[in-house]
Design a protein around this ligand. Structure first.
Ligand SMILES: CC(C)(COP(=O)(O)OP(=O)(O)OC[C@H]1O[C@@H](n2cnc3c(N)ncnc32)[C@H](O)[C@@H]1OP(=O)(O)O)[C@@H](O)C(=O)NCCC(=O)NCCS
Length: 142
């Protein structure tokens, strides 16, 4: 398994498709709802093995010190094998290289323990997604 940045249109198509299938489709959200207006200013990573994309994640900056991780998603039958951890750690590495002092993210309730394993702590509540997915704001200092 290696971590690469999507480059071609085809890469991005598959990258967004995984994001959509894991984070949006189960809640009947349309294609397109998996993107926001910061895509062009973000660092995108995907975990790829044998030309299959197993996981994705994104990093952007809210200020020179604050980096934010969003859209972490691992293919359902590949979860629990360390792919999400690899993506998270690599995104943090990139954030540090670019001068971030800390990272923030909004975690769904079900993923809080995953992020806690890597030193994130809950600092408050974040907006509930689609009226049902409770989120918490988390932060990790470097
Ligand atoms: C959350 C997610 C990105 C984690 O990626 P992953 O590849 O499954 O996680 P890893 O295999 O790297 O897990 C690392 C550790 O965290 C634990 N872990 C992973 N997901 C967890 C979860 N949801 N709750 C509790 N622990 C979790 C693993 O058991 C593992 O523990 P170990 O090191 O003691 O064995 C992935 O499961 C996923 O895409 N989930 C669905 C979408 C989602 O919730 N995305 C996050 C939105 S905020």
């Amino acid at each position: 398994m290696k971590l690469i940045e999507p480059k071609t249109d085809k890469d991005f198509e598959r990258y967004y498709d995984l994001r959509w299938r894991i984070l949006r489709a189960p809640w009947n959200q349309p294609k397109g709802s998996e993107k926001d207006d910061l895509e062009n200013k973000s660092i995108h990573l995907m975990a790829i093995d044998n030309n299959e994309i197993w996981g994705v994640g994104r990093l952007h900056f809210n200020s020179s010190e604050e980096a934010q991780i969003r859209y972490m998603a691992v293919e359902e039958n590949q979860q629990g094998k360390g792919i999400g951890s690899s993506i998270l750690l690599k995104l943090e590495e990139r954030a540090k290289e670019k001068g971030a002092k800390y990272t923030v993210l909004n975690s769904r309730d079900s993923a809080v323990k995953f992020y806690e394993k890597y030193g994130y702590r809950v600092i408050g509540e974040a907006p509930t997604l689609f009226g049902v997915i409770k989120h918490f704001k988390m932060r990790k200092e470097f």
